[in-house]
Every structure is written in C-alpha cells, then in structure tokens.
Design a protein around this ligand. Structure first.
Ligand code: ATP
Ligand code: ZN
Length: 286
C-alpha cells in the first residue's frame, strides 16, 4: 500500500504546530524531530520527513516528499513548481521594510538608490519592481537586523512578527509588504492512491479548521421569547430546543461563529437568554 510522504520542519517555529495538526487529525506522529529524519504514522498511511524548512519546496517539487508544511514566505522565495493546497492558519508573519529610527521616512520612494539587506532577495526584487523602486539588494543569510547598525545597509527587508527585534536594533517597520502563514504544499503529479490519502487528510484538516472558528453555545430561554432568540442563532441546520424541568423555560443549543460571538451575546441577553455557556468544538463535519 502506498503512503503519503509529508515533509515538515525538523525543529523551528513550524514544528510543534505541524505535529499538533496531525495529532488533531488523529494521526500520531513522533515528536522526536531533533533526532529522527523519518517516521511512520501508526494509524494513517502517512510518513513524515523532518527537514529544514528551506529545503521543503525543493523536496516536494522533486517528489522526494509528496507534500510538505512550510511558510508561504519560503514557498514564494524558492519559487518551486508545487501546488499550495491549503493555508493552515499558523506561523503567521509578515515581510516588511524597516529603516533606522533616525531616518526621516517619506514613503516607498525613499528606498531609491538605497542598499537593503535581506534573506529574501526574490520577494524583495519583485516588490521593488512592482513599486518602481531602484535599490541595491544585499543578500545575507542571517541576522539581517544588525546590518544598518554596522553600516552594511541603509535598511532591511525581513520577517516581522512583533517588532521587538527591530526596536532593539534601532529600526522601525515602515512598509508591511507580504503576509505569510504556513501552508500545505503538494507535488503536482501524485498517484491516484496518494491523492486519495491527501483528500482524507484535507477532509480532517477542514473539520479541524471549522471547529476552531466555531463555538457550541447553550443557553436557557423563556419560552415566550424563544422566537427572538432563535433568530439570532443560525446553527448548523437549526438550533436544538429542549424542555427544561422548570415550566415555561427551554434550553437552546446551537453553533456560532467565533468572530460573531461578542455581537450575538449582547443581543441574546437583551432577548432574555440566561445561563449562556460557550464551549469549544473538537471537530466539525458539515
Ligand atoms: P530551519 O532551521 O528549518 O531553516 P529557520 O530558522 O529558517 O529554520 P524558523 O525561524 O523556525 O526558520 O521559522 C520558520 C517559519 O516560521 C518562517 O519561514 C515563517 O514562515 C514562520 N514564522 C512565523 N513567525 C515568525 C517570526 N517571528 N520569525 C521568523 N519566522 C516566523
Ligand atoms: Zn530556514
């Protein structure tokens, strides 16, 4: 029986979240990324390859791995011919231009004729071209943020998540240009069996994502206000309504979108709802 080989980051910011995703999908994967290079999942036809994140697009393009989990920043920078099958919602960051605090920054045109240090020359070149900026790209392999301090560059283009690293190097983020998150990438020519395994995996990933953005809500409502309350709760099909032991009251169960929750809650209370419980959902299959 064929198995789907999935490359994940060996040790780094994406490792734990990648393994957690498999675990939530019911796929037990060894967490021993620092020693193992390869592991078989016990209960699903998937094998895991532990690699440096920068190597993942190449391995997937070559078919050494069938799929991989890697940041969009790396996918774009390496420019390999692979499918970006699913964004995964973790490993979020952005690529930004930053300049020394002392600079009187006036806008993107400031970068004309300047020297910019980065580990993302491909993305930077593209962004500069799109904005008609003519700057000198200085490629380095790490610690980009110290370049302006030591006089190696006028500015930097780098990953920013909180901005505290920038701050401690006397830099300010002036342009947020590319947003990135981890994504599942796949080889363009998978066998039918491997496609089937991938589809099963995607089905589980979708159920996890749906569960994450929704909450299960339970509340008590006076029967005579029930209609108003039901209008506020769409549910998956329609809310469940169960009688309470106390005459004239019912219990209403439904599913609400996390991002609508705070809007709905006030309206529910105004409509007479009491004892509102909101609980996380493990998996959700529509
Ligand atoms: P490797 O040893 O595998 O090459 P790395 O040092 O290149 O690891 P990490 O720092 O572990 O990579 O980051 C992996 C990915 O995590 C990045 O490519 C990016 O997609 C994402 N990421 C999210 N937030 C950040 C952040 N604040 N800094 C760096 N990367 C981040
Ligand atoms: Zn890397």
């Amino acid at each position: 029986m064929e198995r789907l080989k999935i490359a994940i980051q060996k040790s780094g910011r994406l490792s734990d979240k990648s393994i957690e995703l498999f675990e939530k999908a019911g796929i037990k994967v060894s967490n021993n990324g620092s020693r193992l290079l390869f592991a078989e999942a016990a209960d699903f036809p998937v094998d895991i390859l532990y690699l440096r994140d920068d190597d993942i697009p190449q391995y997937v393009a070559d078919g050494v791995a069938d799929a991989g989990i890697v940041g969009e920043n790396v996918i774009i920078e390496t420019g390999k011919d692979i499918n970006v099958t699913e964004k995964l919602g973790f490993g979020k960051c952005r690529l930004s231009l930053a300049v020394p605090r002392s600079v009187d920054y006036t806008g993107l045109q400031w970068f004309n004729g300047k020297k910019i240090a980065t580990t993302y020359p491909v993305i930077l070149k593209k962004v500069l071209q799109e904005n008609n900026i003519n700057a000198d790209i200085h490629v380095i392999s790490g610690s980009v943020e110290i370049c302006p301090v030591i006089g190696l560059a006028d500015a930097i283009f780098d990953i920013v998540s909180t901005g505290s690293t920038l701050l401690s190097n006397g830099l300010v983020e002036v342009e947020k240009l590319v947003y990135s998150e981890a994504a599942l990438v796949t080889n363009k020519k998978l066998s039918d069996t491997k496609k089937e395994i991938l589809d099963k995996l995607l089905f589980r990933i979708h159920a996890i994502a749906a569960a994450k953005s929704n909450k299960y809500i339970l509340l008590n409502a006076p029967k005579d206000r029930l209609n108003d309350i039901l209008k506020l709760l769409p549910g998956m099909k329609s809310p469940s309504v169960l009688p309470l032991a106390e005459e004239g009251w019912v219990s209403v169960h439904s599913v609400v979108q996390e991002n609508r929750f705070w809007d709905i809650i006030d309206e529910l209370r105004a409509a007479g709802a009491q004892g509102i419980l909101v609980v996380p959902i493990e998996k959700m299959v529509l």
